[in-house]
Design a protein around this ligand. Structure first.
Ligand code: IPD
Ligand code: CA
Ligand code: CA
Length: 261
């Protein structure tokens, strides 16, 4: 039996308990691909819990997990980000989440993002709408960039790679109500779904960052594409733009402007 949305929600809430327990505690922090790409004991603990729980009940499935990679299987595909927002977590900033998505036949069907500090559980099943703690979500109706609050993020090679999104940040900062940098791609997408933000974009993300949040935003009425406007925002290293349908083309147009901002 494939998992239900309820199964994913239970897993996310249980992993959330581990995140909350680790929050604020002194712990070993290591760097991964770059000096600012961090992993803590809590990332590993949350991932180990999720892997064990999924394998026990769905042993045939494939799992793509941030800290331990690709666990092959012939069934459905799970995308696991055991702690999205690790830099916040490591610095004691209470903005982070656990993100779990489940795909079948190449399409994400279920997505859950759980923020344990606010007890906010964002959920979506393809075709069934998006919810926050059981209440339906709808994207904002903001029609112009000048009235929009946006959010973005920066890749971990921001120190060294000139293609680092800072130019886009400058472009939007002077044409909108502001651009936030929350530090959790999964929550950025859920906040677009909840109309807290009007639009979000980011470059060079990984599948586990966006698989659940992308479905949740889309099910709340957002247009979700890559920076070229194409439907695939999951294959790595992928870019993503999520916004209400009025703003999405305006955001794409600014992202394709050339020259200094
Ligand atoms: C990161 C966060 C961040 C985004 C990075 C991601 P992590 O995930 O989602 O907001 O800007 O690109 O890698 O490392 O905290 O799971
Ligand atoms: Ca992540
Ligand atoms: Ca992570």
């Amino acid at each position: 039996m494939p998992p239900t949305l309820h199964d994913l929600e239970i897993l996310a809430r249980q992993a959330g308990v581990l995140l909350r327990a680790g929050y604020g505690r002194r712990q070993r922090i290591e760097s991964k691909s770059h000096a600012i790409d961090l992993v803590t004991e809590t990332d590993r603990r949350s991932e180990a819990f999720l892997l064990e729980a999924i394998r026990r009940r769905w042993p045939e499935d494939r799992i793509l997990a941030e800290e331990s990679g690709d666990h092959q299987g012939r069934g459905g595909l799970w995308y696991i980000d055991p702690l999205d927002g690790t830099v916040n977590f490591a610095h004691g900033v209470p903005i982070f989440a656990v993100s779990i998505a489940y795909a079948q036949a190449g399409q994400v069907q279920l997505g859950v993002v759980y923020d344990p500090m606010r007890d906010e559980c964002f959920t979506a099943e393809r075709g069934q709408g998006a919810f926050l703690n059981g209440q339906p979500l709808r994207v904002s109706a903001t029609a112009t960039l000048a009235d929009a609050l946006l959010v973005t993020g920066f890749p971990y090679d921001v120190w060294h790679n000139p293609d680092n999104n800072l130019d886009n940040f400058a472009r939007f900062a002077v044409r909108s109500h502001g651009v936030r940098r929350l530090g959790s791609a999964a929550l950025d997408l859920c906040y677009v779904a909840a109309a807290r933000f009007d639009g979000y974009w980011e470059i060079r993300l990984q599948p586990w960052d966006v698989a659940a949040g992308g479905l949740i935003a889309a099910e709340a009425g957002a247009r979700v594409t890559n920076l070229d406007g194409g439907a695939d925002y999951i294959s790595p290293p992928q870019s993503i733009v999520a916004a209400n349908p009025a703003l999405h083309p305006q955001i794409l147009a600014v992202l394709h402007e050339k020259g200094t901002p």
